[in-house]
Design a protein around this ligand. Structure first.
Ligand SMILES: [Ca+2]
Ligand SMILES: [Ca+2]
Ligand SMILES: [Ca+2]
Ligand SMILES: [Ca+2]
Length: 230
């Protein structure tokens, strides 16, 4: 598709600049640039740095993963995959542990590679990485584009809430954890998420509630716009 508009058709003089054939940039590309640096596994896969994992780059995944094994123990820890607790090493150890496990779980490429979900990529999982990556290729074009690699926003937001508040580390927010001071700003969200009112909000329930609220807000904004109340 060529971006042709009135100005590029009418002869308006010799200084007219005609820009043609530049495809619109994938809006996810800007996010991918940052994301590939965080999830170092992706940076290691992406040899030509176009933020797409091509078929040959997928085929080379085991070798690319082995390069990340800094301590040469044959497995990749979350840290070797790019996890970092940040500069403030004063964070409580249990919070760092929850963040580490969320890092391996919510980043689709890491979740796919860590097939047994133990938070590390073993030698066997490195060997099986080509097949694991293929499962992420939803549109079957033999390449992984940013839309197939980036985590779903609602899932990431829910995981963030769990990491912050899940004091006993069971992956859910209990009533007691909900009543804690730290939960003050999201208490209403947690109560809303607990649909069956068993006093527990799971990561899945939370992601659903966040998605629902975002959709409702979108609808509200649209209705307001349609009514000329912008
Ligand atoms: Ca690439
Ligand atoms: Ca290692
Ligand atoms: Ca594993
Ligand atoms: Ca694809």
């Amino acid at each position: 598709m060529l971006p042709v508009d009135r100005a590029s058709v009418e002869g308006t003089g010799l200084d007219t600049k005609v820009i043609a054939g530049t495809p619109p940039e994938d809006p996810l590309l800007a996010i991918a640039r940052v994301y590939f640096k965080i999830v170092r596994v992706l940076e290691s896969f992406d040899a030509d740095r176009d933020f797409i994992i091509s078929k040959p780059e997928m085929a080379n995944a085991p070798a690319a993963l082995r390069r990340l094994d800094i301590n040469r123990d044959g497995t990749l820890s979350a840290e070797e995959c790019g996890f970092s607790a940040g500069a403030s090493s004063r964070l409580p150890a249990d919070l760092v542990e929850r963040a580490r496990s969320a890092f391996m779980r919510i980043n689709p490429v890491l979740a796919a590679l860590d097939s047994d979900g133990d938070g590390m990529i073993s030698e066997a999982e490195i060997t099986g990485s080509v097949a694991a990556l293929k499962k992420l290729d939803r549109n079957g074009d033999d390449a992984l584009a940013p839309h197939e690699i980036l985590p779903a926003r609602d899932v990431a937001s829910a995981a963030f809430v769990i990491v912050q508040l899940d004091a006993d580390g069971d992956g859910r927010i209990s009533q007691a954890e909900r009543d804690a001071e730290a939960a003050k700003t999201v208490r209403e969200l947690l109560i809303g998420a607990d649909r069956n009112q068993d006093g527990l909000a799971t990561e899945e329930e939370l992601a659903g509630e966040i998605r629902l609220r975002r959709e409702r807000k979108l609808q509200f904004d649209r209705a307001r716009g349609a009514a000329g109340l912008r």
